[in-house]
Ligand binder design. Structure first.
Ligand code: CAA
Length: 258
């Protein structure tokens, strides 16, 4: 297991578990957290033995936002010059699947980071929000776009304009999260789903992720074409041959990853 300053990383077979670990700041996302996340996600994407990842926080907070104390002295030139949040694009660009397991606060950048995941599983204690307006700012890591795509204009606009929090149950109803589970079972459930994904053919997992993501980038006709091309491509893999043979022979498939 690798050690990062602000992240705890463990492997559970083919699943990487990352825990944000800045308990004194409710896991606020400062530049060290960003550096650690970039390194951990790059390591995950590059490691052929790892097939799914779970990112979680603590019981109290997934992450309470970008680090306000770090942002406080930064004006336009510093933010624009450094392109302060751009590093998070490396996290959202992970090619392999990952799940955010959210308990407690997921606010501002914390909500935005969770929304970069392929999907979110929430504890019944989870609270999501984009409270940036209360600081005189607005979301800066994708909240206005990803939240709106997830929950639609009415709720996204209400949340961004009032800064109110959305509890887990409402978040599931609004399709922000895939599922809500009792807090005590959050990690167990997220890891079980990650293990199930990790047991799939890895190229198929990447392709499924890529296709669903394409739905947010294209019109329907191009999205369908993208899907069909990738589907046809998967039919040229050894794992398609193996998967269908295993079905016909009523046995478990042995994936080749090719
Ligand atoms: N940045 C830096 N430090 C933070 C933080 C943040 N986003 N959120 C919490 N902390 C720190 C607090 O300052 C406090 O530290 P001290 O003990 O040193 O004072 C510690 O974490 C514990 O927090 P609280 O005492 O405030 O805990 P609470 O239970 O009373 O309240 C909370 C919890 C409602 C989440 C509250 O901490 C809060 O409102 N946090 C800020 C939420 C926020 O505004 N997030 C958006 C940030 S802007 C952003 O994210 C921009 C973007 O889009 C990228």
């Amino acid at each position: 297991d690798v050690t990062y300053e602000t992240l705890l990383a463990e492997t559970h077979g083919a699943v990487t578990l990352l825990r944000l670990n800045r308990p004194n700041a409710l896991n606020a996302l400062n530049s060290q957290v960003l550096r650690d996340l970039i390194a951990a996600f790059a390591a995950y994407d590059a490691d052929e033995s790892q097939r799914c990842l779970v990112l979680t926080g603590s019981e109290k907070a997934f992450a309470a936002g970008a680090d306000i104390k770090e942002m406080q002295p930064k004006g336009f030139s510093a933010m624009y010059g450094e392109n302060f949040f751009a590093g998070f694009e490396r996290v959202s660009a992970a090619r392999k699947p990952w799940i955010a397991a959210v308990a407690g606060f997921a606010l501002g950048g914390g909500c935005e980071l969770a929304m970069m995941a392929d999907y979110i599983i929430a504890a019944d204690t989870a609270q999501f929000g984009q409270p940036e307006i209360k600081l005189g700012i607005a979301p800066g890591m994708g909240g206005s776009q990803r939240l709106t795509r997830a929950v639609g204009k009415a709720k996204a606009m209400q949340m961004c304009l009032t800064g109110r929090m959305m509890k887990a149950e409402e978040a599931e109803r609004a399709s922000l999260v895939a599922q809500v589970v009792p807090a005590a079972r959050l990690l167990e459930e997220a890891l079980a789903q990650a293990q199930a994904i990790a047991a799939m053919a890895p190229l198929a997992a990447m392709a499924n992720k890529e296709m669903v993501n394409a739905a947010f980038e294209t019109g329907l006709a191009h999205g369908l074409l993208f899907e069909r091309r990738l589907f046809n491509g998967l039919c040229a893999t050894q794992d398609k041959v193996e998967g269908m043979a295993a079905f016909a022979e009523k046995r478990a498939p042995q994936w080749h990853g090719a």
